[in-house]
Structure formats: structure tokens, C-alpha cells
Design a protein around this ligand. Structure first.
Ligand SMILES: Nc1ncnc2c1ncn2[C@@H]1O[C@H](COP(=O)(O)OP(=O)(O)OP(=O)(O)O)[C@@H](O)[C@H]1O
Ligand SMILES: [Mg+2]
Length: 248
């Protein structure tokens, strides 16, 4: 399929999403046209209810649009069935959420391992890949600990390691710093900046302009449409900012 520019990892045309609750219709997205290039780091901002999570769910193949086209890595996602969607999601997308979404009864290793358990492919060097992902977020010492023994920032790092495990082409983070204090939030943004500098495409939803200014581009949503996009001048470096912040 060649409808898309090959540098675009994500392209949407006129995406709408209508939720139906009984007789009530909610127009959550009302025509989204978006292009994101491979290796970009993008923030999505907008008031509560503007459609940010709905858009992330579609980009992450957790849901399909009501109308419009979505191309991920040049694949037309709008035409896939649930099984195909789950397969693409497992291979291409790593999710990070505000509430971490870790399993409380298993340790760091077990939580990071999860995407491999769901994967249909035979995985070579499984253990090494899990250990590498844990090391890349600096949690090797915590590998046998369960989530209730970790701080919020450590939990979020587990979630990032899990998101990285299948080497997805995009990382989607919906308010990843929403439950964290500002120093810990910077630490998480430092990890995202490092991953982005290594080539990962990352989309972060945030309410905070301070967080959004760590990315390359801010997309503003309102009432289910994009009403502005802005290139970030002087991208904030989380590493630099952390040097000036008090240690906890
Ligand atoms: N599963 C659903 N069923 C029905 N309506 C929904 C559903 N999910 C979202 N909505 C509605 O769609 C609209 C967009 O919701 P969405 O969660 O995408 O907003 P958001 O920008 O992520 O908000 P927030 O900043 O509060 O997380 C809202 O009006 C919401 O009530
Ligand atoms: Mg949301």
C-alpha cells in the first residue's frame, strides 16, 4: 500500500469516533487529520473530554474509528478485524498509562514479561530481552520486588520497560506523569527523551505545558478536532532540568 509517505509512521484521514450510549451519541472525534513521522516526539494537549484518550486508543489499535482511515506503518488499520488488530497492537505499540496498570501479584520481572506471554511469535533470547528492558529503565536492583514495594516513579519505569519489550515502533503514553511529583515526572520525561534520541516514536498526552515542552511538537485538541499544532522551540532537556531540581 503506497497511500502514505514512507516517513510517516502514523497518518489519519478524517477520523471520527462516535460513542453510543443507548439513544445518546457522543461525537468524541470529529475529523482528525494527523501525520506523525518516524522518530518524532509529540505531545497531545486539550481540555478534559476533548478526545485525547479516544485518539490514543485508535492510534494504539485498541479501538477503531467510526469513519475515516488510519495508516500505521503503511498498513490500513481501519479494515482489520479484532484478531488482526490485537496482533498489530502487540507488535507495534507500547502503552504507558497514568495509573501504571501493573499486576500487583507479580514482581518487576513478571510485569515486564507480560507482552511476551501474549505474543504469538516464538521469541528468541527471551530472558535477555526482559533483563535488557529492565536495565534500560534502571530497575535491575528491583527485579524481584512487587509493585507495592516501589515508588510511583519506579512503577512507571516498570510500565515503560514493559512497553519496550516487543520493540514496538511507537510508544503511547496517556498522562504518564499525571500521578507523579514534578521531580519524578522529569525523571520519566528523561527516559522518554533518551528513548526518542535512540529513534523511538513517542506520543504523550499531558495536561501540563511544562511536560509538553520536552517534546518536538504539540498538538492541541478541542471538541474532537485539532485546533492547533505548534513546533516546540528550545525543547526542554529533562536531564538539564533535573540537575537544577532538589533531590528527594
Ligand atoms: N467508552 C466510552 N463510551 C462513551 N463515551 C465515551 C467513552 N470514552 C470516552 N467517551 C466520551 O468521549 C469524549 C472524549 O473522551 P476522552 O476520554 O477521549 O477525552 P480526554 O481528552 O482523554 O479527557 P481527559 O483529559 O479527561 O482524560 C468525552 O465526551 C467522553 O465522555
Ligand atoms: Mg483521557
Amino acid at each position: 500500500m503506497l497511500e502514505n509517505n514512507k516517513d510517516n509512521i502514523i497518518k489519519t484521514t478524517d477520523i471520527t469516533k462516535v460513542y453510543r450510549i443507548g439513544a445518546i451519541k457522543v461525537n468524541a472525534l470529529r475529523g482528525i487529520n494527523l501525520e506523525i513521522r518516524r522518530g518524532e516526539f509529540v505531545a497531545v494537549m486539550g481540555p478534559s473530554g476533548s478526545g485525547k484518550s479516544t485518539l490514543m486508543n485508535i492510534i494504539g489499535c485498541l479501538d477503531v474509528p467510526t469513519s475515516g482511515q488510519y495508516y500505521l506503518n503503511n498498513m490500513d488499520i481501519s479494515k482489520l478485524n479484532d484478531n488482526q488488530l490485537a496482533n498489530i497492537r502487540n507488535k507495534e505499540v507500547g502503552f504507558v498509562f497514568q495509573t501504571f496498570n501493573l499486576l500487583s501479584r507479580t514482581n518487576v520481572y513478571g510485569n515486564v514479561e507480560l507482552p511476551m506471554i501474549y505474543s504469538k511469535d516464538r521469541i528468541i533470547n527471551k530472558k535477555k530481552k526482559i533483563l535488557d528492558a529492565i536495565r534500560s529503565v534502571g530497575l535491575t536492583e528491583w527485579i524481584r520486588h512487587r509493585p507495592n514495594e516501589l515508588s510511583g516513579g519506579e512503577k512507571q519505569r516498570v510500565a515503560i520497560a514493559r512497553a519496550l519489550l516487543n520493540q514496538p515502533s511507537i510508544i503511547l503514553a496517556d498522562e504518564p506523569t499525571g500521578n507523579l511529583d514534578s521531580v519524578t515526572g522529569e525523571e520519566i520525561m528523561a527516559i522518554f527523551q533518551k528513548l526518542n534520541s535512540e529513534g523511538k516514536t513517542i506520543i504523550v498526552v499531558t495536561h501540563e505545558l511544562d511536560i509538553a515542552r520536552h517534546t518536538h511538537k504539540i498538538i492541541y485538541l478541542r471538541d474532537g478536532i485539532i485546533h492547533g499544532q505548534e513546533k516546540v522551540k528550545n525543547q526542554v532537556s529533562a536531564e538539564e532540568k533535573l540537575k537544577k531540581m532538589p533531590k528527594l
